[in-house]
Design a protein around this ligand. Sequence first.
Ligand code: ZN
Length: 397
Amino acid sequence: MAGEDQAPSDATVDWVRRLIGFDTTSRRSNRALIDSAAEHLGAQGCHLTLTTTDDGAKANLFATLAPPSGQRTGGLVLSGHTDVVPVDGQAWTSAPFKAVLRDGRLYGRGSCDMKGFLGVTLALVPAFRGMALTEPVHFALSFDEEVGCVGAPLMIADLAARAVRPRACIVGEPTLMQPVIGHKAIRLFRCRVHGRPAHASLPHEGANAIEFAARIMVFIRSLADSLGSKPRCHDFHPPYTTMSIGQVSGGTAANIVAEHCEFLFEYRSLPEEDDDRIEQAIRAFISHEILPEMRAAYSRADVALERLATVPAFAADAREPFTHLVEELTGAAAGYVSYCSEAGQFSDIGIPTVICGPGSIEQAHRADEWIALDQLAACERFLIDAVDRVCGAPRHG
Ligand SMILES: [Zn+2]
């Protein structure tokens, strides 16, 4: 059934190609992409607001296509992140930042996560302009989602400051165009342990940073076991809060008591979990169990626990009318995913939010990332319908 209706517009394919061409790996600036999108949206009559990092190297773009009345509040937000994960060490068969069209798929870094969705939204601006809008359509392009959803909060704070209150938000992460109304929260930490070096034959003269770090890690593991021992919310997979230690480094040589050790860990918690309580338990163990013992050996010993990223959980109300609308338009029941997004940040300020976007998360973050053209076409149809229903003139009769 590869009919015409399964193919996206040329404008969509052109935009997705163009977006893939910007290397917006999170460690780099996204300004070239943002400037290109801003020029297009501005030329189509959108009102533009940029929020940037202090050095201006990265920016969020919030663009509002107002109805004839000029109203800028209310309406529907179409939200996506502009950054992509690195290609370092991945075996790509074509250049990752040059889109390649092959067998009904568009290949390139970010094609699926999530320049496919962004390309559809940018290509549809003229179509939205041609609709009888009574409320605005907003385009939200963020930076640094892949490194802990760091950019979007700046943009969301600016919306609150300007009293822009959208009625609903679609976050276009890849869901194969199925509505998603929940994911876990993430907190990511770095723990740095500073001890005192000594010859390995005289360990009592040192404070072994690796050994103290190991005890903190064992504590984290036991906390994880206790959280995992009582499965609670079966909408999520797995149905409990998880913790994982992902990276460790430290020490100098086998015959030296280690002066330094550091490790990274994270936890992914259910929406009803008390995230602060978990963090406090770890901090209390460090300050009451580990530090007194370390300092008895070495008064300047220290443990620094730094939170590197915080992504709120997303848990929309399944009975929310906007959830039902997205279910109706996609013909699919709302579900849950195991990855994180910016959806919780929009939903936390009271904007009904659903994650729904083209492509599969299976293809995200991988070598030879791709998106199927028929997914882009399905996304076009869905966004036209969603804008019509949320921002169009109410139906009578
Ligand atoms: Zn993403």
